[in-house]
Design a protein around this ligand. Structure first.
Ligand code: 6PG
Length: 482
């Protein structure tokens, strides 16, 4: 009997996905560039299963039933291109290559188009959930050649996580790089959620002077509220974890955050598309700032250590913080969905936002109860332009407003950096202000560069220039928006 699917790449995600596919009755052919890895896998975790090995790409191809489905679980970038180049001459028309890595979506656009010319289908799929997700049910976000989806769908939907109603956290996202785009936004939101949690932690630790056991209890309680999520849950575990000397391990970890680039790509895309994705972008910058450790140590010495003490009833502050975190999270998701909406319009992807929320409901790093409410919001209005306008989320934003402002103001007053929580509030203030000061900005542009402006008392699209000093000419510069 030939194999149902081949997987190339036996690192942690590859191995666990293969074992998951095997659990669901699929015969998997496993290949790795280094042959010893294949043997190690077959004699180790895959022992006693139906998984078979392939020691060359030719052997892999020969062992698969048609149309062949070959999934690459290798490092994003050149390695993917190099495997594609080696596989294509061995494949038949109609065969399918799947890239399950964290690929930058323009690469997927390019690969779908290039392989289409050769009659090969290509799927670029986000896979989220880390090691455990891959093993027992990840969130899977596939996009690319739609012709390939019916062949891959049964396998992917079988191995994916399921919601509480047993719906698979995997569905077709859209053409070209749509799957990888949505995974990128997932990761951007992951950056935002993590940053928000760390801001709450710093407020509790430095501002309220709480112990790690107290903070752990707070996160355990928060996990029983609308904040119920995987990231809040693991945060409570982390805060309770003691090093061998009995002290909290988290305080022994160097405070410089790493990043592999998906959050940065989200920010870059937002800038390219003109979407004010402030919270996620602040989260990326917060990681950048954290990495300037030596400079920060010097600067603290230069400027003096901040006292950061927050006076007042601790329980009241903790509840205010919970509300500020929840409200900020709504803004982060609202901005992420705005970005997906713009990308969908620009690329003709026809994204289904309710389905995206469903795919993120289970299995992935940002899985949370909250995503069911997002799905409901898009069920009510599939074209909702701002998540915060949905009645459920609008209610939370309004109810949290006073607590959110207090936390933001206090953080500024005592010097606790909370870039994501405060920028979320600033965004909402801007978004809900009918008249912003951009009129003055337009006047400045026209004053120094004759860039022209539109008038509130004239139709949009009509441009005016004023000779502000009486010294300049009446010639205006070309008007265009980048
Ligand atoms: C997932 C994660 C994963 C990501 C890591 C690390 O969905 O399982 O998003 O894809 O690579 O979380 O990302 P950073 O190193 O950029 O923090």
């Amino acid at each position: 009997m030939k194999g149902d699917i081949g997987v190339i790449g036996l690192a942690v995600m590859g191995q666990n996905l293969i074992l998951n596919m095997n659990d669901h009755g699929y015969k998997v052919v496993a290949h790795n560039r280094t042959a010893e890895k294949v043997d190690e896998f077959l004699q180790g975790p895959a022992k006693g299963t139906d998984i078979v090995g392939a020691y060359s790409l030719q052997e892999l191809v020969d062992k698969l039933e048609s149309p062949r489905k070959i999934m690459l679980m290798v490092r994003a970038g050149d390695v993917v291109d190099s495997f594609i180049d080696k596989l294509v001459p061995l494949l038949d028309k109609g065969d399918i290559i799947i890239d399950g890595g964290n690929t930058n979506f323009p690469d997927t656009n390019r690969r779908v188009a290039a392989l289409k010319e050769k009659g090969i289908h290509f799927i670029g799929s986000g896979v989220s959930g880390g090691e455990e997700g891959a093993r027992f049910g990840p969130s899977i976000m596939p996009g690319g050649s739609p012709e390939a989806w019916p062949f891959v769908k049964p396998i992917f939907q079988a191995i994916s996580a399921k919601t509480e109603n047993n719906e698979p956290c995997c569905d077709w996202v859209g053409n070209d790089g749509a799957g990888h785009f949505v995974k990128m936004v997932h990761n951007g939101i992951e950056y935002g959620d993590m940053q928000l949690i760390t801001e709450a932690y710093q407020f509790m630790k430095d501002g309220l002077g709480m112990t790690h056991d107290e903070m752990q209890s707070v996160f355990i309680e928060w996990n029983k509220t609308e904040l119920n999520s995987y990231l809040v849950e693991i945060t409570s575990d982390i805060l309770g974890y003691k090093d061998t000397d009995g002290e909290p391990l988290v305080e022994k970890i160097l405070d410089t955050a790493g990043q592999k680039g998906t959050g940065k790509w989200t920010g870059i895309n937002a800038l390219d598309m003109g979407i004010p994705l402030t919270l996620i972008t602040e989260s990326v910058f917060a990681r950048c700032l954290s990495s300037l450790k030596d400079q920060r140590v010097e600067a603290e010495e230069l400027f003096g250590k901040k006292k950061s003490i927050v006076e007042g009833d601790k329980q009241v502050w903790i509840e205010a913080l919970r509300q500020a975190l929840l409200a900020s999270k709504i803004i982060s998701y609202a901005q992420g969905f705005m970005l997906m909406r713009e990308a969908s319009n620009e690329n003709g992807w026809d994204l289904n936002y309710g389905n995206v929320a469903l795919m993120w409901r289970g299995g992935c790093i940002i899985r949370s109860a909250f995503l069911s409410n997002i799905r409901d919001a898009y069920d009510i209005d599939p074209e909702l332009s701002f998540l915060g306008s949905d009645s459920y989320f609008k209610g939370i934003l309004e109810n949290s407003m006073s607590a959110w402002r207090k936390v933001a103001a206090k953080s500024m007053e005592v010097g606790i950096p909370m870039p994501s929580m405060t920028s979320a509030l600033t965004f909402l203030d801007g978004y809900t202000t009918a008249r912003l000061p951009a009129n003055l900005l337009q006047a400045q542009r026209d004053y120094f560069g004759a860039h022209t402006y539109e008038r509130v008392d004239k139709p949009k699209g009509e441009f005016f220039h004023t000779n502000w000093t009486g010294k300049g000419g009446d010639v205006s510069s070309t008007t265009y928006n980048s």
